[in-house]
Design a protein around this ligand. Structure first.
Ligand SMILES: *Cc1c(COP(=O)(O)O)cnc(C)c1O
Length: 366
């Protein structure tokens, strides 16, 4: 068969071990997964009551335009309904953007390490990928990224807070970047962790859309809203950008139940507020552990933290897994001596922290 040549070296997404696998392998009663930045508190009770009462006929196609959800999100963000593009997760929004704008004649610019789907999709489309290393603090180097933009560049990807570092782009830096990047380049600002941000100097990306029509903001119901299993994410941009992307979208990409669940979730902003607060407390538990134990870490605006143990991340990962805690090794994330930990409940964090102390005590004996 005549596969695209760029597919030869491309690997399929490697799912982590399931909780069941780990339970069996290590003979454990309980396994806690803090590896994929899901919400440890699940989702709003409003979603649960919607699901148990959902009477929609499953024999009919969903509303392809997701009208009800669209109106709700538009109202929530104070944008026009035509400024929204819904995807099967924001993953699909990334795919649609790539499909619409990238091919073998184009280049695309992104940070490294960052969320891997920008690069993955760019490769599938045959575009040249230009990666700019994060600085030592895990932050985007926007000036250097701008230097990589030329007449072939179609998309620049920004991730803030960035996965896997948790760092965010400062308001002044972002505005300066948007002022300088050519208006023919689409700037995608991935805000998958927006709801967790508490930094004072974080920008208002939705407001920026009024000044910068070449900006596309992406958000998701998978993280703080606790609906990762439902696969709903969206892009917010100028009507012009969205109207170009809409024809790329599959007609029924968001299923009926998921649309309803996301609508119900959006109504419960108290839940989001509470999760943001609990997440902040959880991060403090980890900061304190790192400071006491003398391990390096990055301050996070998201619901995860990258901790540098100074040894192979795989080793830390394996130790914690054998004790029933699944985290992400930094080896595959571009930080080989770190692990990325999703902030769990206070109790989960505490348990995990005592395991990490155990690990350090063992490691430091040698
Ligand atoms: C989790 C994540 C996404 C994908 O979210 P979905 O909406 O579930 O597809 C996108 N970007 C970043 C940075 C993420 O961490």
């Amino acid at each position: 068969m005549q596969w695209k040549s760029q597919l030869h070296d491309l690997k399929a997404y490697q799912p982590g071990k399931t909780m069941e696998d780990v339970k069996e392998q290590f003979n454990l009663e309980k396994v806690v997964k803090l590896a994929s930045n899901e919400n440890p508190y699940g989702c709003s009770p409003k979603v649960k009551s919607f699901i148990s009462s959902a009477a929609a006929s499953h024999a009919i196609y969903p509303d392809g335009y997701a009208k009800q959800l669209r109106m709700k999100v538009a109202g929530h963000l104070s944008v026009e309904p035509q400024q929204l593009l819904f995807g099967n997760g924001s993953d699909e929004v990334i795919q649609m953007v790539s499909r619409a704008l990238l091919d073998h004649t184009k280049s695309t610019v992104m940070a490294a390490p960052t969320f891997p789907q920008y690069k993955h999709n760019a490769i599938v489309e045959g575009a040249e990928v230009r990666e700019v290393p994060l600085d030592g603090e895990g932050r985007h180097q926007l000036g250097k990224m701008l230097d990589c933009v030329d007449e072939t560049t179609a998309v620049v990807w920004l991730c803030s807070p960035n996965n896997p570092t948790g760092e965010y782009i400062r308001k002044e830096e972002l505005i300066d970047f948007l002022d300088r990047v050519p208006s023919g380049v689409l700037v995608v600002l991935d805000e998958a962790y927006f709801e967790y941000v508490t930094a004072e100097d974080y920008y208002d990306s939705i407001e920026l859309l009024q000044t910068y029509p070449h900006l596309l903001v992406t958000r998701t119901f998978s993280k703080a809203y606790g609906l990762a299993g439902f696969r709903i994410g969206y892009g917010v941009g100028s009507m012009d950008v969205i109207s170009k992307l809409e024809p790329i979208r599959e007609p029924f990409n968001n299923n009926s139940l998921a649309q309803g669940a996301a609508s119900a979730a959006l109504e419960d902003q108290e839940f989001i507020k509470e999760c943001r607060k609990l997440n902040r407390n959880g991060l403090r538990q980890f900061y304190e552990f790192c400071e006491i134990s003398g391990v390096r870490f990055l301050k996070s605006q998201a619901n995860f933290i990258l901790i540098d143990f100074g040894v192979s991340g795989d080793e830390v990962f394996r130790y914690l897994m054998s004790k029933g805690y699944i985290v992400r090794s930094g080896e595959a994330l571009g930080y080989p001596q770190s692990v990325r930990i999703t902030v769990g409940s206070a109790e989960q964090n505490e348990e995990l922290i005592s395991l990490m102390k155990e690990f350090l005590a063992l490691a430091r004996q040698y």
